[in-house]
Design a binder for this molecule. Sequence first.
Ligand SMILES: Cc1ncc(COP(=O)(O)O)c(C=O)c1O
Length: 312
Amino acid sequence: MKFPDIVAAVGHTPLVELASISPRPGVRLFAKLEGGNPAGSVKDRIARAMLEDAIAAGMLTPEKVILEPTSGNTGLALALLGRRLGYRVAVVLPDNVGPERQQALRAFGAEIIFSEGRYGSNGAILKAQELAAKDDRYFMPFQYANPANPRAHYETTAPEILADLGGEVDAFVAGLGTGGTLMGVGRRLREVNPQVKIVAVEPHPGEQVQGLRSLADGYIPPILDLAQLDAKFIVRSADAFAGARLLLEAEGIFAGVSSGAVLQGALRFAQRLERGTVVLLLADGGWKYLSAGFWTAPRTEFEQLSTGQLWW
Ligand SMILES: Cc1ncc(COP(=O)(O)O)c(C=O)c1O
């Protein structure tokens, strides 16, 4: 495919069948590989939509600095695409986030403002809100409440899936972070097949899966409507690692930790089906998680790795 610039190249990601992982002969699993986006994740889609909306509405003007609380992927996407569109970008990041994403954010030209790691992404949200309230040079897209987030998935992610599968999708499984992926893709798929099942994957309360949030932590993103979800699976960090390893070893797909969690949720959901087509959204590639150690560690060490907070 040919594009006039990198912003236009966002999306258009491959859909790959997981032929050797399917737990039942009649159930076909397809993975949407979002790691191939320009800044490396599904978040490029929403970053582009939020920036284009804000520019069109006159809210993002050349003297503004884009500010976003993010555990990584949305910051990377805003940094790359924001700079390409001519803006400065600052991100508020928990200080225990892994080294790869800090290095990438700096390489992409973003300023990093740290929040306390032990307060996780909620701590980053509070700090960004305080900064934006004090200084009106900041423009905060705020993915948790921005309607351009689910709309980007309604307008790009879901139509790509539908086109690749000729409209035949029985279930869609994705991780729950802001809820934008599940809401936007879910709404579009339901218009085509009202019976489609929208399945969310959440981390175990008190455990971390980079990019995902446990609703038990108390913050419900404003764009998330829980009534739109048909099922929800809670996945432990150690099982998310095992899922990422399985994707790599069985299918040659190098995806991130949330993708491992999504695979585990999809396998549990697929046990309930006689037949059907299940689409999994794999939000990013494995590159940012190399320092996490589980790629080569024996599985017996996964529990221990998942309780170490160093690289989150
Ligand atoms: C790696 C990763 N997976 C999954 C998600 C969840 O996506 P959403 O915010 O659309 O719910 C995110 C979001 O930050 C992410 O970074």
